[in-house]
Ligand binder design. Sequence first.
Ligand code: TA6
Length: 289
Amino acid sequence: MHSIRTLAFNQRLSELEVLEIDNPSCTAKIALQGAQILQFQPKQSAQPLLWLSSANSGKRGKALRGGIPLCFPWFGSHPQGLQPAHGFARNQLWTLQEVSYDAEQATHHVDFTLQDSPATRQIWAHAFRLKLRISCGQTLNLYLQVENTGQKAFDFSFAWHSYFQVKQIQHTKIQGLQQAEFMDQLNHHQRDVEDQAVTFQQETDRIYPKALGHYRIEQADAQTISIRAPECDSVVVWNPWQAKSERLGDIVAGDWQRFVCVEVGQIAPQQVRLAAGAASYYQLQIAHV
Ligand code: TA6
């Protein structure tokens, strides 16, 4: 038995369309805005692997907090500070190209595209096409193709800004970043190296421009989550802690303790220069270990 159906994002302010997937491997929800997977839970997992804020407004054009937003064509604040942080791809309505089901693998494949438009060219004057496949099975797999469909090269940075659900951030550690250099976003981008697993005692916002591409979220008494992104050089580790989560305004009180962001991508100085007509490919696999 498998199904996919479309439902309004949330009954209070249902401006967003969401696909709901249920198959023998998992349940999942994907918003057409941003082609953003919001929820993913393998049938063998007691908990969802992704965290979704219950304080999202669901208003069209406003980034949804949680799941896996795609930050493109820049990560972080706009280079000239004129546009929203993390680019525009997560706020755009993507085109749903196809939904297919692999009965043998009990996996749904959902294919989206986003290409430049007068609105995007107002913000970023380049012709591009993004293709994103989201495969929901025993594991969650995302495949991204970035294509330069214009006449001149462009630079881009990107990240899958993944929100992972954890039982308690204070009892969570991130493995796989030992010996990788990071820039501390909370201390003037000061560079440092972590020789242990990353643990959390305060607001944490670290960019690792060049890391190994395989990470694990380990918890004292809850599931371990594996993250693999072999083509992605960079990773960001973020938790806002209490004060920042209150300033953000779309995180219910106390919920800052129930997620950690491990965001893989290509982030400056590892941004990508794409020649006219060229394409680059990235994948992300998330699994309950
Ligand atoms: O990835 C960490 C970060 O860049 C933080 O500095 C914080 O701004 C977070 O992203 C959330 O950004 P958003 O625009 O989604 O509120």
